[in-house]
Ligand binder design. Structure first.
Ligand code: ADP
Ligand code: ADP
Length: 232
């Protein structure tokens, strides 16, 4: 499903190149919730951003849905990315667009017609439990509601992979639990493979099937977690 093969990434720094990710190979099982945990600066976010080539690796391949994304031309990459949703710690919502407008953005960029857009926007908002907020603006939402909008936006193209970069790190514990429940629901109901970068062990313990540990640009450990308790 997702396979990274010896991917590396360096950034320019004061003393030459700094290797943020050092020849990492990793396979993420289809339908799983896979955590990547480690200290700040370990390279987790860089690794995640290579999974949709938001950050192009210097070396190595990134296979998602059977395609090596590093070899696709820009047009092919744009199409492939519709199958890979992404959410961020700081939500990255547009403040001059309503809730529905935000969820609609990826559909507008893809040239999806108005009628289908409207259906899809509602479907995604319903899925995250925010349909009553369609006309609201982000400034009037709580942090948890903003993250739900961001998740709905990430689902707009019905992806089969969802990449989450510290999705709960700006949220209090109760809201964190709520967002993790939404992610679990997406995984179980839609079968979406989820990758979560986090520094919070609680998050991993709560929903991950598998966790990789990252330190100083390398994967240093990985283990399966016990089958998680399913409420209801
Ligand atoms: P983590 O997500 O584990 O905190 P990151 O992947 O964000 O780690 O960063 C890994 C290292 O790469 C850090 O030292 C960071 O400063 C550096 N880094 C990340 N992005 C950039 C960038 N765009 N330019 C320069 N250095 C970067
Ligand atoms: P904005 O105020 O952000 O510009 P729009 O009213 O233009 O938002 O709506 C943006 C998108 O959301 C459009 O694609 C529209 O089809 C969809 N949309 C708008 N209102 C609704 C609604 N009540 N239910 C579902 N989708 C809606």
């Amino acid at each position: 499903m997702i396979s990274l093969q010896e991917v590396s990434k360096s950034y320019p720094s004061k003393d030459g190149l700094f290797a943020a990710v050092r020849s990492v190979s990793l396979t993420i099982a289809e339908g799983s919730i896979h955590g990547i945990i480690g200290p700040s600066g370990a390279g987790k976010s860089t690794l995640l951003r290579m999974m949709n080539v938001l950050e192009p690796p210097d070396q190595g391949s990134v296979i998602v849905n059977g395609q090596d994304l590093t070899r696709l031309p820009e047009s092919g990459l744009r199409l492939a990315r519709r199958s890979i949703g992404m959410v961020f710690q700081q939500f990255h919502l547009l403040h001059n667009r309503s809730v529905s407008g935000n969820v609609s953005v990826p559909l507008e960029l893809a040239g999806i017609d108005k009628k289908l857009r409207k259906e899809r926007v509602l479907e995604c908002l319903r899925f995250v439990g925010l349909e009553e907020k369609v006309g609201q603006y982000p400034a009037r939402l709580s942090g948890g509601q903003k993250q739900r909008v961001a998740i709905a936006r990430a689902l707009a193209h019905r992806p089969n992979v969802l990449l989450c970069d510290e999705p709960t790190s700006s949220l209090d514990p109760a809201t964190t639990a709520e967002i993790l429940e939404v992610l679990r629901h997406i995984n179980e109901t839609l079968g979406v493979t989820i990758v979560i970068v986090t520094h919070e062990m609680e998050v991993v313990r709560e929903i991950c099937d598998y966790v990789s540990v990252m330190e100083q640009g390398r994967l240093t450990d990985g283990f399966a977690l016990e089958k998680r308790e399913r409420p209801g």
